[in-house]
Write a protein that binds this ligand. Sequence first.
Ligand SMILES: [Zn+2]
Length: 177
Amino acid sequence: MKMVKCRHCKKQIAKQDAYKVEYLTKSLDVRYKYYCSEECEKKQIKQREDKRRLKEIEKLARQTTREILELYSDKNIYFSKMYKDLRDTFGDQIIYEYINENKHAIESVLKSKDFETTHSKIKYFFAMAQNNIEKYKLLNVKQNTYKSSVTSFDDFEIIEINKKDKKRSIDDILNNL
Ligand SMILES: [Zn+2]
C-alpha cells in the first residue's frame, strides 16, 4: 500500500485514503498535495492566514508609530531598539490596538511638549507607551467592553516610571545600545 505524508501534521496515511488537493507547479504541471483529512488542510490554511495577519499587524503598528513620531526613515537605531523592547514586552497585537485607538491623543500630547531633539521625543514616547499599554492591557482583560480613551496622558512622568521599573530603566537600555 502506497503511503503519503500529510502536508500539515506529517502523519503517514494510505494514499488512497488521503485528502488530496490539486496545485500547479511553476512549469504549470498539475500535482497533488496530500492531507490526512480536509480538516487538516483547513488547519494549515488558517495557520497561514493567521501568520499573514500577524505580519500585517506588525508592519502597520510599526508604521503608525513612526508616523506618530514623524520619523520618515527606518534607519533610526534608537527607535528600532526601543520598538523591539516594546514588542518583547507586549507583542504586536496589543501595540497595534493601542496605537490605533490612541493615535490622535498621543499625537496631541507629543505636540504639546517641547522636545529639543528627536531622540528625546522618542524616549518620551516609549516611556509613555510602556506605561499606558500596561494599563490598556489590564483594562482590556478586565472589561471587554472597555472603549474610552486609555489614560490621562497629562499625569505622565518619565521619572516615576523609571523608579517603578526596577528591571531595566531607559538609561540602562541606552547604555547597552
Ligand atoms: Zn494531517
